[in-house]
Design a protein around this ligand. Structure first.
Ligand code: PEP
Ligand code: MG
Length: 829
């Protein structure tokens, strides 16, 4: 059994946690520990270990001791609200520390004036593994002197712990890191294995079967994770999980434009100190999360009193009550799940909540509290709060937002146990209700909206919160991160919410109202007109034909694309057929899928890209050696040419499609003619490697058509990993250097009279599409949803004007200058 000591992080008066004026700490929801009323103003490490997180407000950090205990050090009460004022960090996440090393300096004067209290708290957050055996309290202590004694508690070994062991590493491709949805997918898969599975990132290690444990890793896109499995078939399990991690865990790579918008918008929330006297218009600025413009009335949630007994009526009874509540809530969630579109984000979020309900670490922690005499509701709250507070303290805003999901699940179970309403909204919603909340819980919208909530405003949370994603899936305009001022907006106050501009007007004046109504009318009419014309052939104003086709990722996408007016499929990413299975699809299986899509396309062009895997997207049934630099390794056609049987089978299936349509075969990641020649039967090449872009004239001799993949062309042209958010500002497809590559590829193809299309994400941005048209592109393949508006915009363009703008962009010196020129030229889309 491990025993060790934590030293006082500051000098001062050691006080029992129960006396701290903050319920979460006093009730030990965060964990057990001690408070110190400080007399020194430098926070120091209580043990040897590593700093695993530093809150962005610099008032708190977590140190993981060498012995494994995770210790939250929190300076002052409610000091997160100071947003860094009065704190100077001397450390950063990942930094190894020795006992007594300085971590954060704080200004006592600022805290004394602005914080609710000065107590510095030291709390063990993984209390399931460590208990406090000794503590010094109710006396003065000096920084560095032993304060708490900890003892490791060995948990019961439930899993198969012997047999084979295996370890794999994989780069996390999920674009927003290991947040709830990807973590739930990973945990689901890990739970299918009887043995132990752990995932490590730098100094931290998590139980792969626990969603919360995985989330507390704080893993970001691009991090290398180590997957260690033990038990029967450990090798297969480790490889399977490594593949899932590398394939993105179902979390799409955000487009460059989206990434940039998110980075630029983050933290733009401004606090407004003004109160809201009726009849004086006040403008609040936040971050637009879901576009749209509406007028309505503020609706604040109800405060429902829940009386939660602390003491339980015996462990067996309370465990049963908890089990029944979990089953009850699961049934409720499943019935909601039946009512939301299965493929939409709403369903994915509900599945995350279902997975959190079954999380073994949460349930174990709750059982632990029950066994210590607590009631089921109390124990559940404590168990969830322990993880939610660790998540909230993480510096990654996305992971911090997942604490909201945990609390949503917490609330449902507690409401079930205390027989109160889980919803914080009134049963009867007023018409034109605009939900005004501190943070949006997914459940606020799933069950209650019923078409009556017309917009959402939140004080906190970002555009990627699950609440915001849910609002987007329901088409409910939302503005987030409006700041604390929002809490002062009176219930029932008239509001105008502009999700495009990230603005909310409280008590709008008559002039604003009239202008808003006009603008709403204009937007609705324009959208309706565009939709009505979506099936028309796409042409510019001066009559040049521009093909607008759709990018498809699954057979299910095709009907939606056709409904939006797609003129065919410009890119079918066939990976869907090959990933997540134990062996390659047969020729007949592939044919059946392609045939089905061809049938729906009904004679329209059908462009099928051969398998684009390899590198970090390995197939479980075709293992390839680990590569130092997978994005520059065996990818696309390079991989396919090493698997001639696989490629032949796919091409045979494509050639057997029975269709009146032109079937085009697209080869991904071509870099040279030899590759095109090696696939003799193949007739098109995808231009996404810079050397292919500058030699398109040579490649075009032997292909019928080229298609430019701007996602990869930008990644390789700018030497900036498309999945790594830290380098996303460099990954700018509008950089004149990338545009010159595109221009060269277009000219190369046109000198050989080969048609050229753009199928990368940029083409879905109307202004970028106009720029490509100016460069000579006559076909784009885009996200189905943008097709009606894109076609309408194309119809307003004149090709010579596009060409003039395009030529100018090639001479500018940055992506921002190009963007500014495009916005000036086409201010309204
Ligand atoms: C591209 O790289 O632009 C492209 C369309 O291919 P993918 O996004 O599938 O790599
Ligand atoms: Mg690509």
């Amino acid at each position: 059994m491990t025993t060790f000591e934590l030293a006082a992080p500051v000098s001062g008066w050691a006080t029992p946690l129960e006396q701290v004026p903050d319920a979460a700490f006093a009730q030990k929801m965060v964990g057990d520990g001690i408070a110190i009323d400080p007399t020194s103003s430098e926070l120091r490490a209580p043990c040897d270990g590593v700093v695993v997180s530093l809150h962005e407000a610099h008032h708190a950090c977590i140190v993981r001791c060498r012995d494994g205990a995770e210790v939250l050090l929190h300076i002052g009460i409610d000091t997160v609200n100071l947003r860094g004022e009065g704190f100077s960090p001397l450390t950063r996440p990942g930094q190894p520390v020795k006992t007594g090393d300085p971590l954060i300096v704080f200004d006592m004067d600022v805290l004394a004036r602005k914080a609710r209290g000065l107590f510095t708290l030291m709390v063990v957050v993984n209390g399931d593994a460590y208990a406090i055996s000794k503590r010094v309290q109710d006396r003065a202590v000096t920084v560095g002197e032993p304060l708490l004694g900890l003892v490791g508690i060995a948990g019961p070994a439930k899993e198969e712990t012997d047999g084979e062991t295996a370890e794999r590493t994989a780069i996390l491709a999920a674009s927003h890191g290991l947040h709830a949805r990807p973590a739930a997918m990973l945990a689901d898969r890990a739970r299918q294995h009887a043995g132990v599975v752990r995932i490590a990132l730098r100094e931290r290690s998590a139980n792969a079967k626990s969603v919360v444990s995985l989330m507390t890793l704080g893993a970001r896109s691009g991090d290398t994770l180590t997957i260690a499995a033990r038990g029967r078939q450990a090798g297969r399990v480790a490889l399977d999980l490594a593949n899932l991690v590398a394939e993105g865990l179902g979390d799409g790579i955000a487009s460059v434009a989206q990434e940039r918008a998110t980075v630029a918008e983050a933290g733009r929330a401004r606090e407004v100190a003004t109160l809201f006297p009726a009849n004086r218009e006040v403008l609040l600025r936040g971050t637009g999360a879901v576009p749209g413009l509406v007028q309505g009335y503020a609706l604040s949630p109800i405060r429902r009193e829940q009386s939660i007994p602390k003491e339980g009526a015996g462990a067996a009874k309370e465990r049963q009550l908890l089990a029944d509540a979990i089953v009850g809530v699961r049934r409720d969630l499943e019935s909601v799940l039946e009512r939301v579109p299965l493929a939409g984000p709403g369903a994915a979020i509900l599945k995350v909540h279902l997975s959190l309900l079954a999380d073994p670490d949460i349930i174990d922690a709750a059982h632990d509290a029950i066994d210590r005499g607590r009631s089921a509701a109390w124990a559940w709250q404590v168990a969830i709060e322990r993880y939610a507070s660790v998540l909230s303290a993480l510096s990654d805003p996305l992971l911090a937002e997942r604490a909201v999901d945990l609390r949503d699940v917490e609330n449902r179970v507690v409401a079930f146990l205390t027989r109160t309403h889980a919803s914080r909204l009134p049963a009867e919603l007023p018409a034109h209700a605009i939900l005004v909340v501190d943070e949006l819980r997914p459940s606020d919208l799933v069950e209650n909206a019923a078409g009556r909530i017309i917009a959402v405003c939140t004080a906190r949370g970002g555009p990627n919160s699950h609440g915001a994603i849910m609002a987007a899936s329901m088409g409910i305009p939302a503005v987030v991160a409006l700041g604390e001022a929002l809490s002062r907006v009176p219930n029932g106050a008239p509001l105008i919410v502009d999700g495009d501009q990230g603005a909310v007007r409280v008590f709008p004046g008559e002039g604003t109202r009239r202008a808003t109504v006009d603008e709403m009318f204009r937007r609705v009419t324009r959208r309706e007109t565009n939709r009505a014309a979506r099936h028309q052939e796409s042409r510019t104003k001066d009559g040049v034909r521009i093909g607008v086709l759709a990018n498809l990722g699954r057979p299910g996408d095709v009907a939606d694309a056709m409904g939006n007016g797609a003129e065919g499929c410009g890119l079918l990413r066939t990976e869907f057929l090959f990933l997540h299975r134990q062996n390659a699809p047969s020729e007949d299986e592939q044919l059946a899928e392609y045939q089905e899509i061809a049938k729906t396309l009904g004679g329209r062009p059908f462009t099928i890209r051969t398998l684009d895997v390899g590198g970090d997207k390995a197939l479980a049934y075709l293992p390839i050696e680990a590569e130092e630099n997978p994005a520059l390794g065996l990818r696309g056609i390079r991989f396919a040419l090493r698997q001639p049987k696989l490629l032949r089978t796919q091409i045979r299936a494509i050639l057997r499609i029975d269709s009146a349509a032109t079937i085009r075969i697209l080869i991904p990641m071509v870099s040279c003619l030899a590759e095109v020649r090696a696939v003799r039967a193949v007739v098109e090449a995808m231009i996404e490697v810079p050397i292919a872009a500058v030699t398109t004239d040579l490649l075009a001799r032997e292909v019928d058509f080229v298609s430019i993949g701007t996602n990869d062309l930008t990644q390789y042209g700018a030497a900036a990993d498309r999945g790594n958010p830290h380098v996303s500002p460099f990954s700018d497809g509008l950089h004149p250097g990338i545009l010159r590559l595109v221009a060269q590829a277009v000219t190369g193809a046109r000198t050989r009279q080969r048609p050229v299309s753009v199928c990368g994400g940029m083409a879905s941005d109307p202004r970028a599409a106009a720029l490509f048209i100016g460069l000579g592109v006559r076909e784009v393949s885009v996200l189905p949803i943008v097709i009606p508006d894109l076609k309408a915009f194309i119809a307003s363009l004149n090709v010579p004007e596009c060409a003039e703008v395009a030529t100018k962009t090639l001479e500018l010196s940055s992506g921002d200058e190009v963007r500014a020129l495009l916005n000036r030229t086409w201010p309204v889309i």
